[in-house]
Design a binder for this molecule. Structure first.
Ligand SMILES: NC(=O)c1ccc[n+]([C@@H]2O[C@H](COP(=O)([O-])OP(=O)(O)OC[C@H]3O[C@@H](n4cnc5c(N)ncnc54)[C@H](OP(=O)(O)O)[C@@H]3O)[C@@H](O)[C@H]2O)c1
Length: 242
């Protein structure tokens, strides 16, 4: 049995990934988001607001100790308010940092606390972005939190080696540009808040976006074949190189 804890399973990539995994009856998915869109015998939903620090800290793992493989996929994420520093709302900023970076860190901590001594193979995937390695003016919270997620991945990887955690892998993955509510939000941003908006409208018009379904298939294939050696990978270049 394989168990996948996935955040953000109500739309976009997280939804498609859960649906793809649930096609295999060996897989069990525990989804976490504020709303639930999946009904399946192997799916359990935990309703949680990951921009709430206290609610996030209460998320516990460990109800699947008989699994051969346990995955934590930190997928839930938001662009936060798009706009330039000096013009942003501080509360919205704090919520975006909490959701994109603090929540994954706390969930990794709680996941390792539950599973690090167990025999099951343990795999953590942090859904990062190309914006973690390139600045996009107007996406300050997004770029900073995704860059932080990459570094968190590297630190936890080294800590696991020091602590001798067996059968453990962790990797940050940039999934490519995926059509989802997040991309709709980007395209509808006024140019005075996001100077690069035309580029994203053009990418949609010229058919350059991946669907969530094809991205989920690529991710599942990657999970089956990867040795997770590299702490950061871009899913597009991985697939192109095969
Ligand atoms: N789309 C892209 O082009 C793209 C590119 C690179 C990286 N990514 C990354 O891929 C991941 C998925 O993106 P997506 O495009 O699929 O996004 P999406 O369609 O907007 O979905 C976001 C998911 O996160 C959940 N979520 C948002 N706020 C939450 C909260 N406060 N508490 C709990 N869950 C919350 C949402 O569920 P609820 O609203 O029900 O809570 C939803 O299920 C993100 O980490 C994103 O940064 C996306």
């Amino acid at each position: 049995m394989k168990v996948f804890y996935i955040t953000g399973t109500s739309s976009g990539l997280g939804f498609a990934l859960a649906e793809e995994l649930l096609k295999d009856e060996e897989n069990h998915v525990v989804g976490m988001s504020r709303t639930c869109e999946i009904a399946h015998p192997n799916y359990v939903h935990r309703k949680v607001d990951l921009s709430d620090a206290v609610a996030t800290a209460k998320v516990r793992f460990g109800d699947h100790f008989k699994a051969d493989k346990v995955y934590l996929i930190n997928n839930a994420g938001s662009l936060g308010e798009i706009g330039y520093h000096g013009q942003l709302d501080g509360t919205e900023m704090a919520d975006a940092y909490q959701l994109n970076l603090v929540a994954p860190a706390v969930l990794i901590n709680n996941f390792l606390n539950a599973y690090s001594e167990k025999d099951a193979e343990k795999i953590i995937l942090n859904i990062s972005s190309g914006a973690s390695v390139a600045p996009y003016p107007g996406w300050g919270m997004y770029c900073a939190t995704k860059a932080g997620l990459n570094m968190l991945t590297e630190v936890v990887k080294e800590e696991a080696e020091i602590n001798g955690i067996k059968e453990f892998s962790i990797q940050a993955i940039a999934p490519g540009i995926v059509e989802s509510p997040m991309q709709e939000k980007i395209r509808s941003t006024p140019k005075d808040k996001f100077d690069m908006v035309d580029r994203f409208i053009e990418m949609k018009e010229t058919g350059m976006l991946q669907t969530p379904e094809e991205t989920a298939k690529m991710l599942v294939e990657h999970m089956k074949t990867s040795d997770f050696e590299s702490p950061f990978v871009d899913l597009r270049s991985l697939i192109e190189s095969k």
